[in-house]
Design a protein around this ligand. Structure first.
Ligand SMILES: [Zn+2]
Length: 326
């Protein structure tokens, strides 16, 4: 295809084989419609899977394809030697799940009922509080963010305790006034020199029934405002610090305040390590998306049964966040 020009009409049988045989076998989704095939053949950042439709590939990409595939070719050759069958099976299953989640296809081989007793659905698996899976999802994002902050800020800590109130009047009704209140992350020198910043992570599932009648942007804003009412004034008045809510959706998106935060973080990291800003931001977003994707497949495939959970599974995860985070 990349060595002979003007051969697209000869590639129709190949396209049919990709669409009718390869696609069902790698995605576990039989019978792709023409529209779905068009969607899947788009690049990943346009919502596709980056699968090439050979009849539409332009010959002018010949030089570029040689360059682009050189490193991939090396990786494929190495993988064929290193990868053992169990790893391949595990990666394949996770990839299938990821593709099915992305396109809203019915998942394969899921139980009919959750451990908590209700019918098993994806939407339920994402929010079920049985087991610690939603905590792990939250804590993974917290730890990734704290790890990145620690490269460019001082006094970075997870689950920092807030100073108890000593007579200050905090106005919002839903403000957290407890003596043992904690934010998720503290860092010094993020928004301003020597200035303290407190951050709190929330992950919500956009397909939950309570959000059905709301637009996605308004749900992000709702969670940001709720977090700010809970912590904003107390952090400002008592800690003399700033407060930023980091709101994520289980499907990989983030709220406006989180986006501003990670853009600044990418700026600081890129200056610190003399790398490009856009590359650093893309890498951060990729890291966060993979965390959410790992968590999504864990919520679907991970065990929620307490019988399987070790009694000392939590120490290395540090303080386990409470239900307030969800
Ligand atoms: Zn459940």
């Amino acid at each position: 295809m990349r060595t002979v020009p003007d051969i697209s009409s000869f590639l129709k049988p190949l396209e049919d084989a990709i669409r009718l045989q390869l696609l069902p076998s790698i995605s576990g989704h039989p019978g792709c419609s023409a529209d779905e095939w068009d969607l899947l053949s788009l690049p990943c950042h346009f919502g596709g899977l980056g699968l090439i439709n050979p009849t539409k590939v332009s010959d002018s990409q010949f030089d570029a394809s040689l360059l682009i595939t050189a490193s991939l070719k090396d990786l494929i050759i190495k993988q064929s030697v290193c990868a053992r069958p169990p790893d391949v099976r595990c990666v394949k299953a996770q990839f299938w799940d990821a593709v099915h989640l992305r396109y809203g296809w019915k998942l394969l081989n899921v139980p009919s009922h959750c451990v908590c007793g209700v019918s098993f659905t994806i939407d339920h698996a994402m929010v079920c509080q049985h087991g610690d899976l939603t905590f792990v999802r939250h804590n993974d994002l917290r730890d990734i963010t704290a790890g990145l902050l620690s490269r460019v800020c001082s006094d970075v800590a997870t689950e920092p305790p807030l100073q108890p109130l000593s007579g200050e009047v905090i106005t919002p009704k839903s403000a957290n006034r407890q003596d043992d209140a904690r934010a998720d992350i503290h860092a010094r020198g993020f928004w301003g020199r020597r200035q303290s910043a407190f951050l709190d992570v929330r992950v919500f599932h956009p397909n939950a029934p309570s959000y059905r009648n709301s637009s996605i942007p308004s749900v992000y804003r709702h969670h940001e405002l709720q977090k700010k009412r809970e912590y904003g004034e107390r952090v400002r008045e008592v800690e003399q610090a700033s407060f930023t809510p980091l709101v994520f959706s289980t499907t990989g998106g983030m709220g406006g305040e989180a986006l501003t935060f990670y853009r600044r973080l990418a700026d600081m990291l890129s200056r610190h390590s003399s790398t490009s800003y856009s590359g650093t931001l893309a890498w951060i977003r990729c890291t966060l998306s993979f965390s959410l994707l790992r968590s999504a497949t864990m919520c679907i495939r991970g065990t929620r049964s307490i019988l399987h959970r070790s009694n000392n599974a939590s120490p290395e995860m540090g303080h386990i966040a409470g239900p307030r985070d969800f």
